[in-house]
Design a protein around this ligand. Structure first.
Ligand SMILES: NC(=O)c1ccc[n+]([C@@H]2O[C@H](COP(=O)([O-])OP(=O)(O)OC[C@H]3O[C@@H](n4cnc5c(N)ncnc54)[C@H](OP(=O)(O)O)[C@@H]3O)[C@@H](O)[C@H]2O)c1
Length: 254
């Protein structure tokens, strides 16, 4: 009989600034990892780096996952089946994007919404039954979710309704609302938490506007490093609690 492999943490956006720090911490603890990312060259480079730096970490898989493409999510889940990966210890949804301009995914949905909400939700819906009892699902939220009060929002909308920060904030609000519902659904079996990294010195905070160099000079020295930005996600992963948002210092109910 073919053995089924269990006990992996699946981490999305592992090749990003905060994602790398999450991966390094998990690897330092000898956890088994699946780096679920869109760029396989970057994934293989990171895999080698982690295996070199953390010999205690013996199993690191890479998995192609483009969250701008619904079919890629389905293919990624199928690939886990082909590789006989059964139970997951955790799913850490760290990948995210804040598109500068209006664009659509393969399904005609606005891109930021598709990556941060629709396809992240689809991935979790497909994986939630694989998460082992006592395991965890973590979502990455943002302070920008407070820019909106609506819990739902059209995911197919015209360019004129798009704004870089506004649409991003709405996507984070919706994924946080989904996390709240999932925490209720999986209560007692799987922990569901959110992480709010704060403002972190990564490519994500660039608005790709003329004032970026001025903002960089004024603010970047005072904001959090990617390592500090990873701390809420790590606390959300290792905590015994469920239904919480882990922030820089505080912990809130979702
Ligand atoms: N930086 C902040 O101040 C801040 C604040 C609040 C929340 N966050 C959240 O923190 C998380 C990590 O962001 P970061 O600051 O570390 O930014 P980052 O360095 O740009 O990392 C973003 C990650 O998401 C991945 N990604 C983007 N689009 C994707 C797609 N279509 N399919 C699969 N992966 C995709 C990127 O892949 P590549 O490596 O291939 O580019 C990258 O690994 C995000 O969810 C972000 O919204 C960040």
């Amino acid at each position: 009989m073919t053995p089924v492999f269990t006990g992996f943490y699946l981490l999305t956006g592992a090749t990003g600034a905060i994602g790398k720090e999450i991966a390094r911490d998990l690897a330092s603890k000898g956890e088994k990892l699946i780096l679920a990312v869109r760029n396989m060259d970057k994934a293989n480079e990171l895999r080698e780096e982690l295996l070199r730096d953390y010999p205690q970490c013996q199993t690191i898989e890479t998995l192609k996952l483009d969250l701008a493409d619904e079919q890629s999510v389905r293919d990624a889940v199928e690939t886990l089946d082909c590789r006989h990966i059964g139970g997951l210890k955790g799913v850490i949804n760290n990948a995210g994007v804040m598109s500068r301009r209006y664009g659509v995914d393969s399904q005609g949905r606005e891109l930021t919404m598709a990556v941060n909400y629709c396809n992240t939700r689809l991935l979790v819906e497909r994986l939630k039954d694989r998460v082992e009892t006592g395991g965890v699902i973590v979502f990455t939220t943002s302070l920008t979710r407070f820019l909106h009060r609506r819990k739902d929002y059209p995911i197919r909308f015209e360019a004129k309704r798009f704004s870089q920060l506004g649409t991003y904030g709405q996507s984070k609000r919706m994924i946080t609302e989904y996390a709240r519902q999932l925490a209720v659904e999986l209560k007692g079996r799987v922990r569901v938490n959110c992480a709010d990294p704060g403002i972190v010195d990564t490519g994500m905070i660039s608005m790709q506007r003329w004032y970026d160099p001025i903002a960089d000079a004024l603010f970047r020295p005072f904001i959090r490093s990617p390592r500090q930005g990873a701390e809420p996600a790590l606390r959300a992963t290792y905590a015994e609690a469920s239904g919480k948002i882990y922030c820089r210092r505080r912990i809130h109910e979702i």
